[in-house]
Ligand binder design. Structure first.
Ligand code: PDD
Length: 294
């Protein structure tokens, strides 16, 4: 049976019980991280740790053992025989279990810490074909920079897109594109990349950060500026970034076909550079092999 991590112990999935009074369950009072295992190494664990520390401090959730996370993640990979191939490790830290009241528990209680690892291959088909996404007003709060598990607004928008056979949904706030339900978005116009700057309107994606860095390293012009919804039809290319999909071309947004309606050249270049970055990361961190999937 699958082994998961709960509050300092590795246990069979079916023995992992949490209290119904857990604030993660009652309020969505919790934060999370998702990190990818590439058959031998985690990509940018440091980046994920930095973001997790920030999410915890912004929400004032205390998890003293946070430094143990890389080891816990590695152990989950081993215990579930996931060493080879691609997997995702999910970690959630809640404010803990206490009688329901909006105020933080006083005295503070221990956080609930849950993590699991599951096989998840990379979808190379969508890298080649691209995806069509929906376009809707951004229904979320203004602290999207916190990686909170309170994702109802994201879920409802995503499900509506999914019901229409679309692969993701992109949000408009005050006339500008922010990000998507579970990914960041980049546009390309005249060989320059555009993406929303870090702010409360977006989650600062680890993949986004790495794409921003690789653009700088490879003399690709990039501007951290939000694209207005009116400008979408003038964009030549678009792509999404996230840990589960890496760099995914977007060929249509709502009713608007992007460029030629096929993955663009700059997008392909970014994909190739990102792949190369992961391979280099693997060499540096002692990976045996870098599989693309199960
Ligand atoms: N989602 N924006 C949002 C709202 C996200 O939920 C995510 C990630 C991203 C991209 O972040 P990163 O590059 O660090 O994965 C942007 C994860 C994968 C999820 O919820 O499963």
């Amino acid at each position: 049976m699958e082994n998961v991590y709960l509050n300092g112990r590795f246990v069979p999935h079916d023995n992992a019980w949490i209290s119904p009074d857990d604030r993660g369950f009652l309020f969505g009072d919790s934060v999370y991280e998702v990190v990818r295992w590439y058959g031998g190494f985690f990509f940018d664990m440091e980046g994920h740790m930095t973001r997790l520390r920030r999410s915890l401090s912004e929400t004032r959730i205390t998890w003293h053992e946070i430094d143990a996370f890389p080891e816990v993640a590695r152990e989950l990979i081993s215990r579930n025989s996931l060493d080879d191939g691609c997997s995702l490790v999910y970690l959630q830290v809640t404010r803990g279990a206490a009688p329901r009241t909006h105020a933080f528990p006083e005295p503070p209680v221990k956080p609930t810490v849950y993590a699991f690892a599951r096989r998840q291959s990379l979808d190379t088909l969508i890298w080649e074909r691209g995806i069509i996404i929906d376009l809707v007003p951004d229904p979320r709060w203004n602290r999207c920079d916190i990686k909170s598990t309170a994702l109802l607004a994201n879920i409802l928008s995503y499900q509506a897109a999914h019901d229409h056979g679309l692969a993701e949904v992109c949000f408009i706030r005050d006339g500008f594109i922010t990000e998507c339900a579970h990914s960041n978005i980049f546009f390309v116009r005249n060989e320059t990349l555009y993406t929303h700057p870090e702010s409360g309107n977006i989650l600062s994606g680890i993949t986004r950060k790495n794409v921003v860095a690789l653009a700088a390293d490879n003399n690709i012009s990039l501007v951290e500026e939000a694209v207005s919804a009116d400008m979408i039809s003038y964009m030549h290319e678009a792509f999404l970034t996230n840990t589960s999909g890496e760099v995914v071309p977007v060929t249509k947004i709502g009713d608007i076909v992007i460029g030629e309606g096929t993955p663009g050249e700059i997008t392909k270049k970014v994909q190739t550079l990102f792949r190369a970055k992961i391979e280099a990361w693997g060499r540096e961190h002692g990976a045996r092999s870098m599989g693309q999937g199960a």
